[in-house]
Write a protein that binds this ligand. Structure first.
Ligand SMILES: Nc1ncnc2c1ncn2[C@@H]1O[C@H](COP(=O)(O)OP(=O)(O)OP(=O)(O)O)[C@@H](O)[C@H]1O
Ligand SMILES: [Mg+2]
Length: 252
C-alpha cells in the first residue's frame, strides 16, 4: 500500500502542527500533486487559515454519517480541504460502539485513489479525532518546538501512536520529527540535539528545522499560508526543503 495518509501530530499545543500541515499541503499542491488537507481540530485553525471559517458540512458531519465527503470538500489555494467546525469537540459522544476508531479510515480509504497525499492536522489532545487520525494514517510526522516541555510531548505522542499501531493500525510508521519555530540560540541548538537523541530511540529521523519568521505568523493572521503570502521568508524556504526531503524519503 502506498504511504500517502500523513498525520501531523503532537499532544502539546502550539507545536506547529497546523502550520506544518498547511505548508506541506500548499507546497505539494503547488508541485502538481493532488492533495487533501483534513482539519481534525475543533479550533479549526487550518480551516480559518484557508479562509473557510463557517464552511458546512464539515468533517464532523462526514465522520458521523450526516454528509458525504464530496459534499464537504472545498478547493483552496493549498489544495482540497475537508474543513472542521467546533462541533468536532463533541465527536466522542457521537462515535460509539464497535469500530468507532475506524470511522475516519472508512472515509479516507476510498479517497486514496483520488489523491496523491492526504494530510491530517491533529488536535493538541488524545481524543476521538486524534485516535481516528492515527488509525487511518500511514505515516506520523511529529511537529515540535525546540523546547524542553515540547520534547517531552514527543514521548507522549510516540507512546500513543505505538499503542494505536498495536491495537488498530499495524501499518502506521513514525516518519520523523519536524522542529518548528526554530531560533538558532544556544538553548534551541541543544534542544535540537536532544530531539535527535529522542528520534534515535524511537527509530525516526529529525528533519532540518523550520525557522521562525514573523511573516509566517502574519500570513496566518491574514488567512494565508506562508508559502502563498511570503514565498521568500525563512519559514517558507525551510518548508520547501522539508517537502524535498520528505519526497526523497518516500522515493516519490
Ligand atoms: N515558522 C513560524 N514562524 C513564526 N510563527 C509561527 C511559525 N510556525 C507557527 N507559528 C505560529 O505559532 C503558533 C502555533 O502554531 P500552530 O498553530 O501551527 O501550532 P499547532 O501545534 O497547530 O497549535 P494547536 O496545538 O493549538 O493546534 C501560531 O500562532 C502560528 O502562527
Ligand atoms: Mg493546530
Amino acid at each position: 500500500m502506498e504511504k500517502k495518509i500523513i498525520a501531523i501530530g503532537n499532544n502539546k499545543g502550539g507545536a506547529g502542527k497546523t502550520s506544518t500541515a498547511l505548508e506541506l499541503s500548499y507546497e505539494l499542491h503547488k508541485r502538481g500533486y493532488k492533495t487533501l488537507l483534513v482539519d481534525l481540530d475543533g479550533q479549526r485553525n487550518a480551516t480559518i487559515a484557508l479562509n473557510q471559517k463557517g464552511a458546512s458540512p464539515t468533517i464532523f458531519e462526514v465522520i458521523t454519517g450526516q454528509a458525504e465527503a464530496r459534499e464537504s470538500i472545498i478547493e483552496t489555494s493549498a489544495g482540497d480541504l475537508l474543513p472542521a467546525g467546533s462541533k468536532l469537540d463533541t465527536l466522542a459522544q457521537e462515535l460509539t460502539g464497535n469500530g468507532k476508531e475506524y470511522a475516519l479510515k472508512n472515509i479516507l480509504d476510498p479517497l486514496r485513489k483520488k489523491y496523491d497525499f492526504i494530510i491530517l492536522d491533529l488536535p493538541p489532545a488524545i481524543n476521538a479525532a486524534s485516535t481516528n487520525a492515527l488509525s487511518a494514517a500511514d505515516l506520523l510526522l511529529i511537529a515540535s518546538k525546540a523546547e524542553a516541555w515540547h520534547l517531552e510531548g514527543i514521548g507522549a505522542i510516540y507512546e500513543n501512536a505505538d499503542l494505536i499501531k498495536n491495537l488498530c493500525n499495524p501499518d502506521l510508521d513514525i516518519q520523523g520529527i519536524v522542529i518548528t519555530q526554530y531560533e538558532k540560540t544556544t538553548l534551541q541548538k541543544a534542544m535540537y540535539s536532544n530531539a535527535e537523541k529522542i528520534a534515535k530511540q524511537i527509530g525516526a529521523k529529525v528533519y532540518a528545522p523550520i525557522r521562525k519568521c514573523s511573516k509566517a505568523a502574519e500570513a496566518h493572521a491574514l488567512h494565508k499560508c506562508s508559502g502563498e503570502y511570503a514565498p521568500k521568508c525563512n519559514t517558507t524556504i525551510d518548508y520547501i526543503a522539508l517537502v524535498d526531503d520528505f519526497l526523497k524519503d518516500l522515493s516519490v
